[in-house]
Design a protein around this ligand. Structure first.
Ligand code: TMP
Length: 206
Protein backbone atom coordinates (compact mmCIF):
# COMPACT_ATOMS: atom_id res chain seq x y z
CA UNK A 1 0.00 0.00 0.00
CA UNK A 2 1.16 3.56 -0.74
CA UNK A 3 2.70 5.32 2.21
CA UNK A 4 0.99 8.51 3.38
CA UNK A 5 2.87 11.74 4.10
CA UNK A 6 2.18 14.14 6.95
CA UNK A 7 3.00 17.80 6.20
CA UNK A 8 2.32 20.55 8.73
CA UNK A 9 2.24 24.32 8.15
CA UNK A 10 3.21 26.57 11.04
CA UNK A 11 3.64 30.29 11.65
CA UNK A 12 2.12 33.29 13.37
CA UNK A 13 -1.14 35.10 12.62
CA UNK A 14 -1.68 36.23 9.00
CA UNK A 15 1.33 34.38 7.56
CA UNK A 16 -0.72 32.83 4.74
CA UNK A 17 -0.90 29.22 5.92
CA UNK A 18 -4.41 28.58 4.61
CA UNK A 19 -3.59 30.07 1.18
CA UNK A 20 -0.46 27.91 1.00
CA UNK A 21 -2.43 24.86 2.12
CA UNK A 22 -4.90 25.28 -0.77
CA UNK A 23 -2.08 25.88 -3.28
CA UNK A 24 -0.09 22.85 -2.13
CA UNK A 25 -3.24 20.73 -2.18
CA UNK A 26 -4.01 21.68 -5.78
CA UNK A 27 -0.45 21.11 -6.94
CA UNK A 28 -0.17 17.69 -5.27
CA UNK A 29 -3.60 16.59 -6.54
CA UNK A 30 -2.51 17.56 -10.06
CA UNK A 31 0.33 15.07 -9.56
CA UNK A 32 -2.17 12.34 -8.76
CA UNK A 33 -1.85 12.37 -4.97
CA UNK A 34 -4.74 11.67 -2.66
CA UNK A 35 -4.62 14.89 -0.57
CA UNK A 36 -6.42 15.75 2.68
CA UNK A 37 -6.39 19.41 3.74
CA UNK A 38 -7.09 19.95 7.40
CA UNK A 39 -6.33 22.34 10.25
CA UNK A 40 -5.96 22.69 14.01
CA UNK A 41 -7.71 23.35 16.23
CA UNK A 42 -10.43 21.49 14.35
CA UNK A 43 -10.45 18.99 11.51
CA UNK A 44 -13.05 16.63 13.04
CA UNK A 45 -16.48 17.31 14.59
CA UNK A 46 -15.37 17.04 18.23
CA UNK A 47 -12.24 19.10 17.60
CA UNK A 48 -14.30 21.76 15.79
CA UNK A 49 -16.50 22.10 18.89
CA UNK A 50 -13.37 22.58 21.04
CA UNK A 51 -12.05 25.14 18.50
CA UNK A 52 -15.01 27.40 19.20
CA UNK A 53 -14.05 27.44 22.90
CA UNK A 54 -10.42 28.29 22.16
CA UNK A 55 -10.55 30.97 19.45
CA UNK A 56 -13.43 33.12 20.69
CA UNK A 57 -14.08 35.14 23.83
CA UNK A 58 -11.79 37.18 26.07
CA UNK A 59 -8.03 36.75 25.73
CA UNK A 60 -7.88 35.87 29.44
CA UNK A 61 -10.65 33.26 29.24
CA UNK A 62 -8.24 30.31 29.58
CA UNK A 63 -4.84 29.95 31.25
CA UNK A 64 -1.97 28.57 29.17
CA UNK A 65 -2.33 25.14 30.83
CA UNK A 66 -6.07 25.06 30.22
CA UNK A 67 -5.40 25.92 26.58
CA UNK A 68 -2.72 23.23 26.25
CA UNK A 69 -5.14 20.60 27.56
CA UNK A 70 -7.95 21.75 25.26
CA UNK A 71 -5.63 21.81 22.22
CA UNK A 72 -4.42 18.31 23.14
CA UNK A 73 -7.99 16.99 23.44
CA UNK A 74 -8.85 18.55 20.06
CA UNK A 75 -5.63 17.08 18.57
CA UNK A 76 -6.42 13.56 19.78
CA UNK A 77 -9.92 13.79 18.27
CA UNK A 78 -8.44 15.11 14.99
CA UNK A 79 -5.76 12.38 14.87
CA UNK A 80 -8.27 9.63 15.58
CA UNK A 81 -10.98 10.66 13.14
CA UNK A 82 -9.10 12.41 10.33
CA UNK A 83 -5.28 12.31 10.25
CA UNK A 84 -4.46 8.69 11.13
CA UNK A 85 -7.14 7.12 8.88
CA UNK A 86 -5.98 9.31 5.96
CA UNK A 87 -2.30 8.39 6.45
CA UNK A 88 -3.25 4.72 6.77
CA UNK A 89 -4.90 4.74 3.33
CA UNK A 90 -1.84 6.43 1.80
CA UNK A 91 -3.06 10.04 1.59
CA UNK A 92 -0.90 13.12 1.84
CA UNK A 93 -2.21 15.09 4.82
CA UNK A 94 -1.57 18.85 4.84
CA UNK A 95 -2.35 20.21 8.28
CA UNK A 96 -2.55 23.96 9.01
CA UNK A 97 -0.99 24.05 12.53
CA UNK A 98 -0.12 21.08 14.78
CA UNK A 99 1.89 20.54 17.96
CA UNK A 100 4.60 23.13 17.16
CA UNK A 101 1.84 25.73 17.67
CA UNK A 102 1.39 24.46 21.24
CA UNK A 103 5.15 24.84 21.80
CA UNK A 104 5.16 28.36 20.38
CA UNK A 105 1.90 29.72 21.87
CA UNK A 106 1.37 27.91 25.18
CA UNK A 107 4.99 27.15 26.12
CA UNK A 108 7.29 29.85 24.69
CA UNK A 109 4.77 32.71 24.73
CA UNK A 110 2.39 31.38 27.41
CA UNK A 111 5.07 30.37 29.93
CA UNK A 112 4.42 26.63 30.42
CA UNK A 113 7.33 24.27 31.11
CA UNK A 114 8.80 22.80 27.89
CA UNK A 115 8.28 19.21 29.11
CA UNK A 116 4.51 19.81 29.04
CA UNK A 117 4.44 19.15 25.30
CA UNK A 118 6.38 15.88 25.48
CA UNK A 119 3.98 14.69 28.21
CA UNK A 120 0.88 15.63 26.22
CA UNK A 121 2.28 14.16 22.98
CA UNK A 122 3.05 10.89 24.76
CA UNK A 123 -0.44 10.78 26.29
CA UNK A 124 -2.20 11.25 22.95
CA UNK A 125 0.35 9.32 20.85
CA UNK A 126 0.94 12.26 18.49
CA UNK A 127 3.13 11.24 15.52
CA UNK A 128 5.84 13.64 14.30
CA UNK A 129 5.16 15.25 10.91
CA UNK A 130 7.31 14.13 7.95
CA UNK A 131 7.81 17.79 7.01
CA UNK A 132 6.98 21.10 8.71
CA UNK A 133 6.96 24.35 6.73
CA UNK A 134 7.43 27.37 9.00
CA UNK A 135 6.00 30.53 7.43
CA UNK A 136 7.97 33.45 8.80
CA UNK A 137 7.21 37.16 8.76
CA UNK A 138 7.15 40.13 11.16
CA UNK A 139 4.15 39.76 13.52
CA UNK A 140 3.11 43.40 13.00
CA UNK A 141 2.69 42.73 9.26
CA UNK A 142 0.94 39.41 9.84
CA UNK A 143 -1.49 40.86 12.37
CA UNK A 144 -2.30 43.72 9.99
CA UNK A 145 -3.22 41.10 7.36
CA UNK A 146 -5.28 38.91 9.67
CA UNK A 147 -7.13 41.54 11.69
CA UNK A 148 -10.81 41.62 10.88
CA UNK A 149 -10.44 38.69 8.48
CA UNK A 150 -12.39 36.27 10.70
CA UNK A 151 -15.06 37.80 12.87
CA UNK A 152 -15.31 36.26 16.33
CA UNK A 153 -12.13 34.14 15.97
CA UNK A 154 -9.66 36.69 17.26
CA UNK A 155 -8.92 35.55 20.81
CA UNK A 156 -5.19 35.02 20.18
CA UNK A 157 -4.88 38.05 17.89
CA UNK A 158 -5.93 40.24 20.85
CA UNK A 159 -2.74 39.31 22.74
CA UNK A 160 0.06 41.89 23.00
CA UNK A 161 2.64 42.23 20.23
CA UNK A 162 5.33 40.87 22.60
CA UNK A 163 3.39 37.58 22.79
CA UNK A 164 3.42 37.31 18.99
CA UNK A 165 7.16 38.15 18.86
CA UNK A 166 7.83 35.23 21.24
CA UNK A 167 5.69 32.95 19.05
CA UNK A 168 7.72 33.92 15.97
CA UNK A 169 11.07 33.44 17.75
CA UNK A 170 10.02 29.98 18.94
CA UNK A 171 8.95 28.79 15.48
CA UNK A 172 12.39 29.84 14.19
CA UNK A 173 14.07 28.09 17.14
CA UNK A 174 12.11 24.87 16.46
CA UNK A 175 13.24 24.95 12.82
CA UNK A 176 16.85 25.44 13.93
CA UNK A 177 16.67 22.56 16.42
CA UNK A 178 15.03 20.19 13.92
CA UNK A 179 16.43 21.08 10.48
CA UNK A 180 15.64 17.64 8.98
CA UNK A 181 11.92 17.97 9.74
CA UNK A 182 11.50 21.75 9.26
CA UNK A 183 12.08 24.38 6.57
CA UNK A 184 11.58 28.14 7.00
CA UNK A 185 9.80 30.01 4.22
CA UNK A 186 9.75 33.81 3.86
CA UNK A 187 6.03 34.55 4.17
CA UNK A 188 6.40 38.24 3.28
CA UNK A 189 6.83 37.22 -0.38
CA UNK A 190 3.80 37.06 -2.70
CA UNK A 191 1.61 33.94 -2.58
CA UNK A 192 3.03 32.51 -5.85
CA UNK A 193 6.61 32.78 -4.60
CA UNK A 194 5.70 31.21 -1.26
CA UNK A 195 3.99 28.29 -3.05
CA UNK A 196 6.95 27.77 -5.40
CA UNK A 197 9.36 27.73 -2.44
CA UNK A 198 7.14 25.26 -0.57
CA UNK A 199 6.81 22.95 -3.60
CA UNK A 200 10.59 22.97 -4.06
CA UNK A 201 11.05 21.90 -0.42
CA UNK A 202 8.40 19.19 -0.74
CA UNK A 203 10.10 17.91 -3.91
CA UNK A 204 13.51 17.76 -2.22
CA UNK A 205 12.42 16.24 1.05
CA UNK A 206 9.49 13.86 0.40
P1 TMP B 1 -5.70 29.76 13.27
O1 TMP B 1 -5.72 31.23 13.45
O2 TMP B 1 -4.49 29.30 12.52
O3 TMP B 1 -6.98 29.18 12.76
O4 TMP B 1 -5.48 29.11 14.74
C1 TMP B 1 -6.25 29.50 15.82
C2 TMP B 1 -5.41 30.02 16.94
O5 TMP B 1 -5.03 28.97 17.82
C3 TMP B 1 -4.13 30.72 16.51
O6 TMP B 1 -4.13 32.01 17.10
C4 TMP B 1 -3.03 29.90 17.15
C5 TMP B 1 -3.70 29.15 18.25
N1 TMP B 1 -3.12 27.83 18.57
C6 TMP B 1 -2.45 27.67 19.78
O7 TMP B 1 -2.31 28.60 20.55
N2 TMP B 1 -1.96 26.42 20.10
C7 TMP B 1 -2.12 25.33 19.29
O8 TMP B 1 -1.66 24.22 19.62
C8 TMP B 1 -2.82 25.52 18.03
C9 TMP B 1 -3.02 24.34 17.12
C10 TMP B 1 -3.30 26.78 17.71
Amino acid sequence: MAQGRFITLEGGEGTGKSTLSRGLGEALRARGRDVVLTREPGGAPGADAIRALLVSGDAGRWSAMEEALLFAAARLNHLTHTILPALARGAWVICDRYYDSTRAYQIAAGGLAPATLETLNALIGAPAPDLTLVLDMAPSAGLARSQGARAGEDRFEQKAIGFHERVRAEFLAIAEREPKRCAVIDASADAGTVLAHALAVVGQRL
